[in-house]
Design a protein around this ligand. Structure first.
Ligand code: SAM
Length: 249
């Protein structure tokens, strides 16, 4: 609790991001990721493996852009920093553990930006020197705060934000790696499914290279007798996946 307060008070972040709740969300994620470290390990390993796979076979390795870098838990930073001339980490909030991790890496840059709006991906990830763009467990997070803020006034907002992020990734000329959770499943202690939530607001994705589950909130984390599991899709090469027939989230 005290640690959360420290992060809330001292993390460098633009006032608008603080006001809109991005810092609060980042601090909650930080503390949950530390509490659930063991449960999250298999998911993080899968995500890192997809990202490592995405680095293979590139003709050049000049700049890599990571969208939604956050805590870098699912991003193999050492691997990226060793292989690429420049590593650009883009997120609404760069928490202290990330700032600490990159402090000795002269080829890593932190970019603070809101990636929700039209053109945001293109502004930060397009460019002739960019050889790889990674969207790292960001997609399902993008609509959360805007949809909360809009309430019932804009029913298609979540879908529009998800669709726009995917469209902008598709327009990039660099190789694109996408890791995203697509569905939340709530289970009781008997393994019965008690709720399901489509995290992508009805947007269907193509068949992924890898699919796995993320034990997001084990029993006792958000409720004593309920746990939350997320289904995650990994695409090492999004451009190659787009023409594949869609499977729903
Ligand atoms: C589930 S976390 C994944 C973070 C990271 N890949 C990791 O390993 O910790 C989602 C990230 O998306 C970021 N995010 C959410 N909405 C955003 C927005 N509109 N613009 C930029 N970043 C955003 C959050 O700050 C958070 O770091």
């Amino acid at each position: 609790m005290l640690l959360d307060l420290f992060h809330l008070l001292t993390t460098p972040v633009p006032w608008s991001h603080r006001r809109r709740g991005y810092l609060r969300e980042s601090v909650l994620l930080l503390s949950r990721s530390r509490r659930c470290r063991a449960a999250w390990t298999p998911h993080l390993a899968q995500a890192r493996a997809v990202i490592t796979q995405a680095c293979e076979g590139l003709a050049r390795r000049r700049t890599v852009v990571v969208l939604g870098s956050g805590l870098l838990d699912d991003v193999p930073l050492d691997c990226l920093a060793a292989r690429f001339a420049d590593v650009r980490l883009v997120d609404a909030v760069h928490p202290w553990p990330t700032r600490w991790m990159v402090r000795t890496k002269s080829n890593v840059t932190l970019v603070t930006a809101d990636l929700t709006g039209p053109g945001a991906v293109l502004v930060h990830a397009a460019g002739p020197e960019v050889d790889l763009v990674i969207s790292a467990n960001l997609l399902s997070q993008l609509p959360i705060l805007p949809v909360d803020e809009a309430g019932a006034t804009e029913p298609s907002l979540g879908r529009d934000i998800v669709r726009r992020h995917l469209d902008e990734l598709t327009r990039l000329s660099a190789r694109v790696c996408l890791v995203t959770d697509v569905e939340q499943i709530e289970e009781d202690r008997d393994g019965r499914v008690t709720d399901r939530l489509d995290l992508l607001h009805g947007v269907l994705l193509p068949v992924p290279d890898r699919i796995w589950t993320w034990d997001l909130a084990p029993f006792g984390e958000s409720a004593r007798h309920r746990r939350l599991i997320h289904r995650v899709h990994g695409y090492a090469d999004w451009h190659a996946a787009v023409p594949r027939a869609g499977g729903g989230p």
